[in-house]
Design a protein around this ligand. Structure first.
Ligand SMILES: O=C(O)[C@H](O)CO
Length: 327
């Protein structure tokens, strides 16, 4: 806790494993008086009245009704990243609290990671690395083969900002691009990247060598990919998930991978995160998992902090919030 003349903003913690980066905290302290959860918990009655914003850095601190009740002057929750599935918007709206996120800036990195997962999985980079560093110097077996990405068919489920950036990258790889959007078709974008619209997701699933999930998690996309959808995919296909774990029925995915219904999966997201250490997905050779790092680059994290700062400042001075999430 620093300058008491600045507006008080609640954060989870600084540094540590999940906290706000120390260099970001230094910048934030120029604008706000930062109160960590630990400080707040030690002095709820006094600090609770002073807190005017929550700086929610990658889903922390967790916001529940009890916390909201003890923050009578809370104006805004500024949440990092684009996904807002971790927030109860109705609850926040009942407490008159505005919400902001940081869309757009995360798209490029997330699309890059989608491509990285597709390439790493198809060309078996992790296995290749393990082989290259193994003590066996005669490591290269004649039957070592990956699958080609260039020229293959990519099906993008959810052609929003991230999906479109994936398509732009896939175009450079001379891929055939299919896409499915539940709500709207965007002919201009479609033409720009040479993508083919599939009105039915089933058509996309049946034709794609790689299926990349880039949808938001909503009640409509919850477990969108389950047993039926996996069975529609080619046995040689790979499922790539850069959206949210819960867009896939994970038990059905495990079964499909075990029974070779599909060839492989590359997942930046799972549920829960992290997976329990004995989870079957962690033991499969045809599964590549990264720890939800879609937007985890230095530049994007910095922009995220700047977007969140702008939104908090706007809310506290009654100006339009640049990245407001509307109910
Ligand atoms: O939603 C996002 O931007 C990322 O997945 C981090 O939550």
């Amino acid at each position: 806790m620093e300058d008491q003349k600045l507006p008080c903003v609640l954060i989870d913690c600084i540094g540590e494993k999940h906290g706000v980066y120390e260099d970001h905290a230094e910048v934030l302290k120029e604008h706000f008086c930062l109160i960590t959860m630990k400080e707040y918990n030690e002095n709820k009655t006094i600090l609770g009245k002073k807190i005017r914003a929550i700086y929610m850095w990658y889903h922390k601190p967790v916001i529940n009704e009890e916390l909201l009740q003890s923050l009578p002057n809370l104006k805004i929750v500024a949440s990092s990243g684009v996904g807002i599935d971790h927030l109860d918007l109705n609850l926040l709206s009942r407490y008159g609290v505005k919400v902001s996120n940081t869309p757009f800036i995360v798209s490029t990195d997330t699309a890059d990671l989608g491509m990285a997962l597709m390439l790493a999985s198809s060309r078996r980079l992790v296995e290749g690395y393990q082989m290259a560093v193994s003590p066996d110097t005669e490591y290269f077996p004649a039957n070592w083969l990956g699958a080609e990405v260039s020229g293959a068919t990519l099906g993008i489920v959810g052609m929003g900002t991230i999906g479109y950036k994936v398509a732009e990258r896939a175009k450079a790889f001379e891929m055939k691009i299919l896409y499915h959007n539940r709500k709207q078709r965007n002919k201009e974008e479609e033409n720009a990247v040479g993508a083919i619209y599939c009105k039915k997701i089933d058509d996309l699933l049946q034709q794609s060598d790689f299926v990349m999930l880039a949808v938001n998690l909503t009640p409509q996309t919850h477990k969108l990919i389950g047993k039926r959808e996996l069975q529609l995919m080619k046995p040689t296909a790979t499922l790539i998930n850069i959206s949210r774990g819960l867009v896939v029925d994970q038990d059905d995915l495990v079964e499909a991978l075990q029974n070779k219904v599909i060839k492989a999966a590359a997942l930046d997201v799972t549920y829960p995160e992290p997976l329990p250490r004995d989870h079957p997905l962690l033991k499969m050779e045809n599964v590549l998992i990264t720890p939800h790092i879609g937007s985890a680059t230095k530049k994007t994290r910095l922009l995220t902090m700047e977007n969140m700062t702008e939104s908090i400042q706007a809310a506290l001075t009654n100006r339009p919030i640049p990245y407001e999430v509307l109910l």
